[in-house]
Design a protein around this ligand. Structure first.
Ligand SMILES: Cc1cc2nc3c(=O)[nH]c(=O)nc-3n(C[C@H](O)[C@H](O)[C@H](O)COP(=O)(O)O)c2cc1C
Length: 319
């Protein structure tokens, strides 16, 4: 999508504000607002332009849940959501990170409009939801999100033991120093993290990204001319490879900050082009190498003021 600079700036600022909303006021969102959110998804910037994705609105959440058998709980209980949006992709190499990259733009767009959302990966019947959205053979339901106006301090919070058990560190994030290395794995990136450059701000935005069970699987290596993105493959995979979707979400945050600074990010994604990097950077075997972003002098200049309006980190998600 040809986002305007104003839209890019609104979405980037929404990065600091977005939280998973699991409790809603219930009242419907105007149809034209929902259409705008869907359009943001459909026309979002892709990582892999050749991979078809689509976003389907379940306008009546109750009917959607009923048809689905009422078991759409996720690991946190979703209360009072008036609508859901289902994200569908063709299944091919790169589809998870591509969907993370694209759907997060839609989520940030919705956040900028004041709407609540919550990435939902698992714990629903992919088959039943697939049936409801008319899934083609080569397609997969990748994720879904409730959409609605957030309830102020809803009652879900205390009730939700499943969420507590499943996301022990909910809302919190690892410090940037543990996520970013310089030149090589495990080498502190201190010198790159001391000033509010475009690069540091992009990494801070990536750090604020939501992730499956808040696992924060991404690690970044800054080389002389590239920012390399890796993501930790879990020993045991529950459901789809969400760790790759998480990488795509973090990459969308990096791209948005870059675009705010007038830099057009040109991600290097072809495995063949990336393969040579692994040994030199000492990337551990259980980390997948997802992409590299060429860096030039502009990344080391001060970040634009508009992007630096960072809201305080939330201690917990809003339910
Ligand atoms: C790919 C993905 C799948 C997720 N799946 C669920 C889910 O099924 N149920 C749920 O309650 N939250 C889900 N979440 C939300 C995360 O738990 C949440 O993003 C994380 O705990 C960080 O909190 P925050 O989003 O409030 O910053 C998911 C997030 C991502 C990125």
């Amino acid at each position: 999508m040809a986002w305007s600079l104003e839209q890019i700036s609104l979405m980037t600022r929404a990065i600091w504000r977005r939280v998973s909303v699991r409790s809603y006021r219930g009242e419907p969102v105007p149809a034209e607002t929902l259409a705008e959110v869907l359009r943001a998804g459909e026309e979002s910037i892709p990582l892999w332009p050749h991979i078809p994705v689509r976003f389907v609105l379940a306008a009546d959440a109750d009917a959607f849940l009923r048809e689905h058998g009422g078991t759409l709980l996720g690991y946190g209980r979703i209360l009072g959501a008036p609508h859901f949006i289902v994200a569908i992709s063709e299944v091919t190499a790169g589809y998870m990170e591509n969907m993370g990259f694209r759907m997060e733009q839609m989520i940030l767009y919705a956040t900028a409009l004041g709407l609540g959302t919550c990435w939902m990966g698992g714990f629903y019947s992919r088959q039943k939801v697939g049936h409801l959205v008319g899934l083609a053979e080569d397609e997969q339901v990748v994720a879904l999100t409730p959409v609605g106006w957030p309830a102020a301090g809803g009652p879900g919070r205390l009730l939700d033991k499943t969420l507590k058990a499943f996301v022990p560190d909910r809302g919190g994030r690892k410090p940037l120093e543990r996520l970013v290395f310089a030149g090589r794995w495990d080498v502190p990136a201190g010198q790159y993290l001391t000033q509010q450059t475009v690069l540091r701000t992009a990494l801070e935005a990536a750090r604020r990204a939501p992730s499956w069970r808040n696992t924060q699987p991404w690690r970044f290596i800054i080389t002389e001319n590239m920012l390399v993105v890796t993501t930790s493959r879990p020993a045991e995979q529950i459901g789809l490879p969400y760790y790759r979707l998480d990488a795509g979400i973090a990459m969308s945050h990096i791209s948005l900050v870059a675009l705010c600074a007038g830099i057009e990010p040109a991600w290097v994604l072809e495995p063949a082009e990336l393969a040579g990097l692994r040994a030199g950077l000492a990337i551990p075997e259980h980390y997948d190498l997802i992409g590299g972003l060429p860096l030039d002098a502009r990344w080391h200049t001060p970040a634009p003021a508009a992007v630096l309006i960072q809201e305080p980190e939330h201690a917990t998600s809003r339910h």
